[in-house]
Write a protein that binds this ligand. Structure first.
Ligand code: HEM
Length: 431
């Protein structure tokens, strides 16, 4: 592709994006408040959701909505109100028996039992079983492998011709990492990508799984595969991988089949979709903020604050749900015992009363780690430092090699209100 063709491709999709954005803003301002439903996956796929959150933050920051699929729930959209919920686990439960962390309750026997969806004390004990994977010494030991793999992937990319950054870089690097964390057969690592997509899919809505039965059947294959790995590890000496940690820890070695599958899926999804979409989101964000890209090239040390800023800007997991165990007041609204409460991290990360100029990517913010993307309180992301390390190395290596990465077509986004990400991101790296 010549530089003139790249420039034309870039202008075309950006002009369309700006026009669609203006239309979405007008629609979000016009719709009656009681009709705003921020769970619609389409709003995430066409990236118009931000306008609806801006409206709620302004007019109804703690907003009740009745939805045919999910039932009634509160949307909490301001930064400080989200913190108040997330740090109060005694009142706002994550436990699967109360409904868990997803909007959809589902029948009791179909709910996934994983420690993100448990309250203390069980949550704390199971979390401790896997936390050594992100101990500082282990991260230091992983850094060399991450750098080598990142270099190899970046060096294999085509120059001057379009390719999909999601598949060639983001999926490849996060899946390689996950295979290492599990000590999973490396050549079969794309199974992990597939199971991650299946776990977060909504059958019939997205194109990932055709029916609830098909989804369950694939998750059964995942459980059987991991069951074999578990049997190998449980009979061997304890090792430094996640399966061995679970197999040898007193808190997890006797898990029920439901807990086994639940925790495996938690670790697959936790380590996969999130970092993957930050890797793609960063490329898009810097493309849309050329001034920040210039700042970064002039001062590569800014990678340290670029990374948390990308994670804020992207917010790969837009929400977590809780259930009130007692009456409480949040943002002036009376929450009743039993109510479903949804913390919209994506909205809190765009709250102008907590973050200056929140819509923009600003790579030298004074306090870049002040964001909600990893949650807060006892469930705060276990893998946050690992994700930051992977992204830091990626951007250091990009800066060593590429003067620019141009996004040459509209990004295709995930049809989901739970994962905010990309299915395709067409880019060109000019020679
Ligand atoms: C929990 C986001 C990377 C494993 C969470 C939560 C969020 C989150 C929002 C729930 C917090 C809450 O409820 O308060 C992210 C983002 C990532 C990322 C944005 C990347 C940019 C990772 C990685 C791993 C991981 C790389 C594993 C290798 C987990 C686990 C939990 C968790 C196991 C459950 C923690 C608990 O319940 O105590 N993450 N995550 N995450 N994350 Fe991450």
């Amino acid at each position: 592709m010549h530089s003139t063709e790249i420039a034309a491709a870039r202008t075309d999709w950006e002009a369309e994006r700006q026009a669609a954005d203006a239309r979405a803003r007008a629609e979000a301002l016009a719709v009656p408040l009681d009709q705003i439903d921020v769970t619609k996956p389409r709003l995430f796929q066409d990236d118009s959701i931000g306008h609806y959150f801006a409206r709620l933050r302004r007019d109804a920051p703690v907003h009740w909505h009745e939805n045919a699929y999910y039932g009634g729930f509160w949307s909490v959209t301001r930064y400080n109100d989200i913190m108040a919920v997330d740090t109060n686990h005694a009142v706002f439960s994550s436990d699967w028996t109360n409904g868990g962390i997803s909007l959809f309750d589902g029948p009791m026997d179909a709910r996934l039992q994983m420690f993100i969806a448990m309250d203390p004390p069980k949550h704390d004990e199971q979390r401790k079983s896997v936390s050594p994977i992100v101990a500082p010494a282990n991260l230091a030991a992983l850094a060399g492998t991450i750098r080598q793999r990142t270099q190899a992937v970046l060096d294999s990319l085509p120059r001057n011709e379009p390719f999909d950054w999601v598949d060639k870089v983001s999926i490849e690097l996060t899946t390689q990492m996950l295979a290492t964390l599990f000590d999973f057969p490396f050549e079969e690592r794309r199974l992990l990508t597939r199971w991650s997509d299946v776990a977060t899919s909504v059958p019939g809505t997205d194109k990932i799984t055709a029916s609830p039965e098909a989804r369950l059947a694939e998750l059964g294959q995942c459980a059987a595969y991991f069951g074999k790995l578990w049997n190998q590890r449980v009979n061997a000496a304890p090792g430094p991988d996640l399966i061995s940690m679970l197999a040898h820890s007193p808190a997890t070695r006797n898990m029920s089949p439901q807990e086994f599958l639940g925790n495996i899926l938690l670790l697959i999804v936790g380590g996969n979709d999130t970092t993957r979409n930050s890797m793609s989101g960063g490329v898009l964000a810097l493309h849309q903020h050329p001034g920040e890209w210039a700042k970064l090239r002039a001062n590569p040390a800014l990678v340290d604050s670029l990374v948390p800023e990308i994670i804020r800007w992207q917010t790969p997991l837009p929400h977590m749900r809780r259930t009130a165990l007692a009456d409480a007041v949040i943002g002036g609204q009376q929450i009743r015992k039993g109510d479903k409460v949804v913390m919209w991290y994506l909205s809190g990360n765009r709250d102008e009363s907590a973050i200056d100029n929140p819509e923009a990517l600003v790579i030298d913010r004074p306090r870049p780690r002040q964001h909600l993307s990893f949650g807060f309180g006892i469930h705060r992301c276990v893998g946050n430092r690992l994700a930051e390390l992977q992204l830091k190395i990626l951007w250091e290596e990009i800066l060593q090699r590429f003067p620019r990465i141009e996004v040459v077509g509209a990004p295709q986004r995930t049809l989901s209100n739970f994962v905010r990400g990309y299915t395709h991101l067409p880019v060109v790296i000019p020679a």
